[in-house]
Design a protein around this ligand. Structure first.
Ligand SMILES: *Cc1c(COP(=O)(O)O)cnc(C)c1O
Length: 399
C-alpha cells in the first residue's frame, strides 16, 4: 500500500513545477505565426525577460534547452581558437567547458572542487598571468545545480577589473534566474544564459541569452562568421516575426512564457528572491537539525554560499537512493538524484540527493516536502536529529 496518490510533487532541480495558469495558457489551437497576437507577444517577451535578468541590454530566444543556450552564447561571442577561463564549482562548469571544446575554443579551467564557491583571487591571478590577453571570456555557473553552490557575479567582475583584463564575464544562470538574486547590469555580467524550465516555470524547450553592448561588439567583430542559426542579432533585433526564433516560433511556449512572466512581474523580482531565500532557509534549518542526530549533511557548509533554488545533500551509503525511492513510491514526492558527486566508496553517488525548490514553490509545499523526508528517514531507519520540522516552521513563521 502507498500514500502517493494525489497531486504529485516533482521536487528535482528542473524541470520545475509548472503553474496551472501557464499550462492553461498553452492549451490553445495553433496560432498564425506570421501576424496577429503572437507577434506582439514575442516582442513583449524580450522586454519582460530583460526585467528578470535585470539588464537594459539585449535578449535572444532559442528553441533549445540550456545546453543550446550555452552554445549560442559561445558561438556568438567567441571565435574558434579563442581561449576562455572556466571557473568550475561542480558539474556544470565542466559541461560548459566541454561545449567550448566542441566549438573550437581553448579551455583553461580553475577548479574549486565540489564544496566551495569561486575564490576570485585565483581568477584575478590567472588573468594577471595572461599578459597578452589571450583569454577572451571568463565563464562561471551562478549556481551549480549539482553542488548547490552559489557564486557571486559582482566579485568576479571586480577580480577581472582588478587584473586590468578585457575578458567578457559570462554567467550560466540556468538554475538561478528568478530564484537567486542576479542583476546582470549591476553585477557587471556581459552575457548571461538561462532556460525556460527552472525559475521561469515553463516546460523545457526555450533557451535565452542576454548580452550587453560590449558582447555585441565582440560578436560584430566576427564579421558574419557566426552560424546563421545561432546568430543572436536577428533574434534580439528582428526585422519581422519569423526572426525571433530563427524560423517557426515556439508557439505554445510563447503563450506559456507570456503567462509565467505575467506571474513573475505581478509578484515582483524582490518578492520572488525573498520567497526563495526564506524557503531555502527553512530547508537548511530542517536539514541542519536532522544532521545533529544522524548522517544528513548539507553539501555546502556556509549559508552565504548556498543557492536558494537547489540544495544538495548527503546521507551516506546508498541512503540517498533509498530515500528517493521511498518518497516517490510512498508519498508522491520525487527528489533529485545526486549528480557529479560520486566518490570512491560510492561510485554511483547513491549517498546523495537534491531538493529542487525553484520557481512555483511555496511554504506549504516546502513543509510538505520536509515532512515527507522525515517520514521516509523514519521508515528506512535512517537516524536524524529531532525538531527539524519545528525549526523549518519557525523560519516560515518569521517570514
Ligand atoms: C539545468 C542546468 C543546465 C542544463 O540545462 P539543460 O536544459 O538540461 O540543457 C546547465 N547549467 C545549469 C546551472 C543548470 O542548472
Amino acid at each position: 500500500m502507498s500514500l502517493a496518490a494525489g497531486r504529485p510533487y516533482l521536487a528535482i532541480p528542473g524541470p520545475s513545477v509548472m503553474p496551472d495558469p501557464v499550462l492553461q495558457a498553452m492549451h490553445i489551437p495553433s496560432p498564425n505565426i506570421y501576424e496577429g497576437e503572437i507577434v506582439d507577444l514575442m516582442a513583449s517577451l524580450l522586454v519582460d525577460l530583460k526585467k528578470v535578468a535585470r539588464t537594459d541590454g539585449y535578449a535572444a530566444m532559442y528553441m533549445c534547452n540550456g545546453h543550446g543556450a550555452w552554445e549560442a552564447a559561445l558561438s556568438n561571442a567567441l571565435r574558434p581558437g579563442d581561449k576562455v577561463l572556466v571557473a568550475v564549482t561542480g558539474r556544470f562548469g565542466h559541461g560548459w567547458a566541454d561545449q567550448g571544446v566542441g566549438v573550437g575554443l581553448e579551455i583553461e579551467k580553475v577548479d574549486f572542487g565540489l564544496k566551495s564557491p569561486i575564490d576570485p583571487a585565483r581568477i584575478e591571478e590567472a588573468l594577471r598571468a595572461d599578459k597578452e590577453h589571450r583569454i577572451k571570456a571568463v565563464l562561471f555557473s551562478h549556481v551549480d545545480t549539482a553542488t548547490s553552490v552559489r557564486n557571486e557575479a559582482g566579485v568576479l567582475r571586480a577580480a577581472i577589473d582588478a587584473a586590468g583584463h578585457p575578458a567578457l564575464l559570462m554567467a550560466d544562470c540556468i538554475a538561478s534566474m528568478a530564484c537567486d538574486r542576479f542583476e546582470m547590469d549591476a553585477d557587471g555580467v556581459d552575457i548571461a544564459v538561462t532556460g525556460s524550465q527552472k525559475g521561469l516555470m515553463v516546460p523545457p524547450g526555450l533557451g535565452f541569452v542576454f548580452y550587453n553592448e560590449k558582447a555585441k561588439a565582440a560578436a560584430r567583430a566576427r564579421n558574419g562568421e557566426v552560424s546563421r542559426y545561432w546568430d543572436w542579432g536577428p533574434r534580439a533585433e528582428p526585422d519581422w516575426a519569423y526572426q525571433y526564433f530563427g524560423g517557426t516560433s515556439a508557439t505554445h511556449h510563447v503563450y506559456g512564457l507570456r503567462k509565467s512572466l505575467d506571474m513573475i512581474h505581478a509578484e515582483g523580482m524582490e518578492a520572488i528572491w525573498h520567497r526563495h531565500a526564506v524557503l531555502a532557509e527553512a530547508i537548511w534549518a530542517a536539514c541542519e537539525t536532522w544532521g545533529q542526530g544522524g548522517p544528513m549533511t548539507l553539501n555546502i557548509a556556509d549559508r552565504k554560499d548556498r543557492s536558494h533554488a537547489v540544495t544538495a545533500l548527503g546521507l551516506g551509503g546508498d541512503n540517498g537512493a533509498r530515500l528517493r525511492k521511498w518518497t516517490e513510491t510512498q508519498a508522491g514526492v520525487v527528489l533529485g538524484l545526486g549528480i557529479g558527486m560520486a566518490e570512491r566508496d560510492d561510485p554511483k553517488g547513491d549517498g546523495f540527493f537534491r531538493f529542487g525548490h525553484m520557481g512555483h514553490v511555496n511554504a506549504h509545499m516546502i513543509l510538505g516536502l520536509l515532512g515527507v523526508v522525515e517520514a521516509g528517514m523514519r521508515a528506512l531507519d535512517i537516524p536524524f536529529g529531532a525538531g527539524a520540522l519545528s525549526a523549518a516552521a519557525e523560519v516560515i513563521a518569521r517570514g
